[in-house]
Ligand binder design. Structure first.
Ligand code: ZN
Length: 250
């Protein structure tokens, strides 16, 4: 990847209607990077209390975006029976409050996007079958997926688990937890979740791609405020386990 000015990216994913987390991440991006190109990897909505605000803000800041399974579920473009019960309840509530403006924005997000000049592929779940929302969590799954794209770097979200997987020129894989130099290798990178981290760290997660480096960034946010808003939406709409998990980062 070229490291000249203009090729700096901040990658955000899995915001899940969490406005406090999104604002904290955007402030951190400004502080650390100024105004890089922002890439969004899907799941603006679902789980949290501010779907319309998050869709509007993402649309304002992101140069490129793809849709996630929760976005498509709210738009009724994907089957919701495979979601767990709490996720489904939150999707149904989200669909009941989402505005026509937000729908129009989300309908423009495709399943796959690219930054051709820097050989980046953007997809929510997996490059092999983006519409089927597979997870890439293990090295074996990553190895299989490296065969399904030709770009140097595939950026993914979906699992809410940040990692950098490097495929060395000899084909071997290396797992990097936090940062990696972007050399001749190919990469599958998950920058983690802005609005519902699941790696045991409740801080919001985003990915910095700049100066020939990829780095997972974490930033604290006021999850108590998000939790208050979720309680105010009513537990039949946003069930308590979705509220409690935010403080645990699980
Ligand atoms: Zn998600």
């Amino acid at each position: 990847m070229a490291a000249e000015p203009g090729s700096d990216y901040a990658v955000i994913s899995d915001v899940h209607s969490n406005l406090e987390a999104l604002e904290a991440v955007l402030a951190d991006i400004r502080l650390k990077m100024g105004s890089p190109e922002i890439l969004f990897l899907g799941d603006a909505v679902g789980y949290g209390p501010n779907p319309n605000e998050c869709v509007g803000k993402i649309n304002e800041v992101a140069r490129r975006a793809v849709a996630g399974n929760h976005d498509w579920a709210v738009l009724e473009l994907t089957d919701i029976t495979y979601f767990n019960l709490n996720a489904r309840i939150a999707i149904e509530w989200t669909a009941s409050v989402i505005t026509p403006e937000s729908r129009l924005i989300m309908e423009k997000w495709k399943l796959v996007n690219r930054v051709a000049e820097n050989s980046l592929l953007l997809v929510h779940g997996s490059p092999s079958e983006p519409e089927r929302w597979h997870y890439i969590i293990t090295l074996k799954q990553a190895e299989e997926n490296f065969r399904h794209f030709s770009e140097q770097i595939c950026l993914i979200g979906h699992s809410h688990l940040p990692f950098i997987i490097e495929q060395l020129p000899d084909g071997g894989l290396a797992l990097k937890k936090r940062r990696a130099a972007i050399s001749a290798s190919r990469f599958i990178i998950n920058g983690g979740s802005v609005g519902q981290p699941r790696d045991g760290d409740p801080r919001a997660s985003w990915l910095r791609l700049s100066g020939g480096k990829a780095e997972i960034m974490r930033v604290p946010y006021n999850f108590r405020r998000t939790q208050q808003k979720m309680r105010a939406a009513g537990e039949r709409n946003l069930p308590p386990p979705l509220i409690e998990r935010l403080e645990k980062g699980l």
